[in-house]
Design a protein around this ligand. Structure first.
Ligand SMILES: [Zn+2]
Length: 281
C-alpha cells in the first residue's frame, strides 16, 4: 500500500504543471492578425533561461532582447508576398521550444498612375550602372544586424497626411509598374524631418531614385529610410535620438514634387512603416 502511494506521489511530481514550481511561460503576439508587409511584436514572460530566445516565422529569424527580468521582446515582420494564412511561430531558447501563432489576412494593395520625366522611368546606361551600384550598397546595409538602439515605440518622422501608401502598385507613364516600398507624406519644401527612433546614421547620400537620402540603423535588423530631402543635417556614424531633426523635406531624386518618402526595413524585409509605429513597444 505504502509503495503505491509513493508511486502516485512520484507520478504527480513528474506530471505537475510548471506553474506549481514557478510561473508558466507566457507568449504574446500583437496584433494577433496582420497583413502582408506588416510588423508584429512578440513578448515572452516568465522565461528563466540563460539563452536569448530566437523566433522563427516563415523561415525568417528574429532575435529577442531582454526588456525586464525573465521577459523578452522581439519585433518581427511578414513579407508583402507572404500567403494569407495562419503561421506558426517557433521560439527557441537553448533546448527549450515554444510555439505561438500569427494570422496573416488577405489584402488588396491599390494601384496608382503617376507621370514622371521619361529619363527617371527609363534611365540611360550610365544611370543604370549607378542604380545597380546604389542597390548593391543598400543591400549590404540590410545584411548587418547590430545591437539594439531603439527605445520604445517608433514615431512618425512628420505628422502630415499620407499621399501614397505602402505596397501601392505605381504605374509610371502608363508603362512601368513598381511597388511603393514606403509611405509618402505630403509636405512643403524645407519642413523638418524627425528620426523615428534612437539609432546610428549609416548612410547619407544622393541616390538616383531616392535623391538626398538618410538611413538610420536602429539595431536588431531595423532600419529607417528618409528620401528626397532638400538637405541632410547628419553624417554617417552620428548617434541620433528619437525625434531629433535630421533633415528637411525636398524633391530631389525621382519625385513629382516636395514630399517625404519614409521606409522601414526589418531583417531585409520591406515593412509598412505605419504597422511598426502602431506597435505598443
Ligand atoms: Zn515614396
Amino acid at each position: 500500500m505504502k509503495n503505491s502511494f509513493l508511486f502516485l506521489f512520484l507520478l504527480a511530481i513528474i506530471f505537475l504543471p510548471e506553474s506549481v514550481f514557478g510561473k508558466s511561460v507566457i507568449i504574446q503576439t500583437t496584433p494577433e492578425k496582420i497583413y502582408p508587409g506588416d510588423a508584429f511584436l512578440i513578448k515572452i514572460k516568465n522565461l528563466r533561461s540563460k539563452n536569448i530566445p530566437v523566433a522563427i516565422v516563415n523561415k525568417k529569424e528574429f532575435v529577442f532582447v531582454e526588456n525586464d527580468k525573465n521577459s523578452y521582446i522581439a519585433i518581427g515582420a511578414m513579407d508583402i508576398n507572404s500567403k494569407p494564412k495562419k503561421y506558426k511561430i517557433r521560439i527557441k531558447s537553448g533546448n527549450k521550444i515554444f510555439w505561438s501563432y500569427l494570422h496573416v489576412k488577405k489584402k488588396k494593395f491599390p494601384s496608382i498612375h503617376i507621370n514622371l520625366p521619361e529619363e527617371k522611368v527609363f534611365p540611360n546606361e550610365i544611370d543604370q550602372l549607378r542604380i545597380a551600384d546604389e542597390k548593391c550598397k543598400m543591400e549590404q546595409i540590410w545584411q548587418l544586424t547590430t545591437e539594439k538602439k531603439w527605445e520604445g515605440s517608433f514615431i512618425l518622422p512628420i505628422k502630415n497626411e499620407i499621399s501614397t501608401k505602402f505596397g501601392a502598385k505605381r504605374i509610371m507613364n502608363q508603362k512601368l509598374t513598381s511597388i511603393h516600398w514606403g509611405i509618402d507624406f505630403k509636405a512643403q519644401e524645407g519642413e523638418g524631418i524627425k528620426a523615428s527612433n534612437n539609432g546610428k546614421v549609416v548612410l547619407t547620400e544622393n541616390l538616383f531614385y531616392g535623391g538626398n537620402t538618410i538611413v538610420i540603423d536602429h539595431g536588431l535588423g531595423i532600419y529607417s529610410i528618409y528620401m528626397h530631402l532638400s538637405d541632410i543635417k547628419v553624417k554617417p556614424n552620428d548617434e541620433i535620438k528619437k525625434g531629433e531633426v535630421i533633415g528637411n523635406v525636398g524633391s530631389t531624386g525621382r519625385a513629382t514634387g516636395p514630399h517625404l518618402h519614409f521606409g522601414i526595413k526589418i531583417n531585409g524585409i520591406n515593412v509598412s512603416p505605419v504597422s511598426l509605429i502602431k506597435l505598443n513597444i
